[in-house]
Design a protein around this ligand. Structure first.
Ligand code: GRF
Length: 226
């Protein structure tokens, strides 16, 4: 009898519209072999659409607002405990707009991933899309990387390119990037759930599926947008 697929516990942190969270939830719901499920969604923004999506999916949706805490450290402690209470194997930062301290990162070493809307190391930080546009690049994209103790810096798991059009503004470019993210993020989370990402220093690679029937076609390390 084939071994049961793994069932990883995934925590997702959001601050905004949560379209990446939604694509992850939809992918998990549609794929019995996904190998993981979202066990908690947490946010620093109590009113954000991302939390509402979690509620609509019947998931624990936890708001930990900075304003409810005397300082950054106690806010982050509360967030850490709220997430840790659900014993995640993996923490996904899907549009989480606060920088997390090394203390948070050390709680789940090598098990936190972030999605960033540029081709890192170009254009890190909160204005990745606007900065790429202002710089005049013709191609930008998205990066999914392991989180280390520096901002937008850890080992890169996957990148996809996205063209910049002459009439783009920040919104139109970001929408085109998000459309790519919505396929890439679930594919990467699935790989992580199946322990398929090997890390060596800054380099990562995808391990072949044990049975060689690879159903991860959306994950194309070199792929341009068709
Ligand atoms: C994404 O573009 C992601 O790369 C960035 O924030 C955005 C989140 O969008 N970190 P959404 O909240 O998933 O719609």
């Amino acid at each position: 009898m084939p071994a049961l697929p793994p069932s990883r516990r995934v925590a997702v942190l959001v601050s905004g519209s949560g379209t990446n969270l939604q694509s992850l939830l939809d992918s998990i719901a549609a794929d019995p072999a996904f190998g993981g499920s979202v066990v908690v969604v947490a946010s620093d923004q109590p009113e954000c659409l991302g939390l509402k999506r979690a509620e609509a999916a019947g998931l624990p949706a936890v708001a930990v607002a900075m304003a409810d805490h005397p300082d950054r450290e106690s806010w982050e402690d509360a967030l850490t405990e709220a997430v840790a209470a659900h014993q995640p194997d993996l923490v996904v930062l899907a549009g989480f707009m606060r920088v997390l301290s090394p203390r948070f990162v050390r709680r789940w070493p090598g098990r936190i991933v972030n999605i960033h809307p540029s081709l890192l190391p170009a254009f890190p930080g909160v204005h990745g899309v606007a900065d790429a546009l202002a710089h005049g690049v013709k191609v930008t994209g998205t990066t999914i990387h392991l989180v280390d103790e520096q901002v937008d810096h850890g080992p890169i798991i996957a990148q996809r390119t996205v063209p910049v059009f002459d009439d783009d503004d920040e919104e139109s470019l970001h929408e085109r990037i998000k459309a790519v993210e919505h396929t890439l993020l679930p594919a990467v989370v699935k790989l992580l759930c199946h322990d398929r990402i090997e890390v060596e220093g800054r380099r990562t690679r995808v391990r072949a599926a044990p049975d060689r029937t690879d159903d991860l076609l959306p994950f194309a390390p070199q792929g341009d947008v068709e």
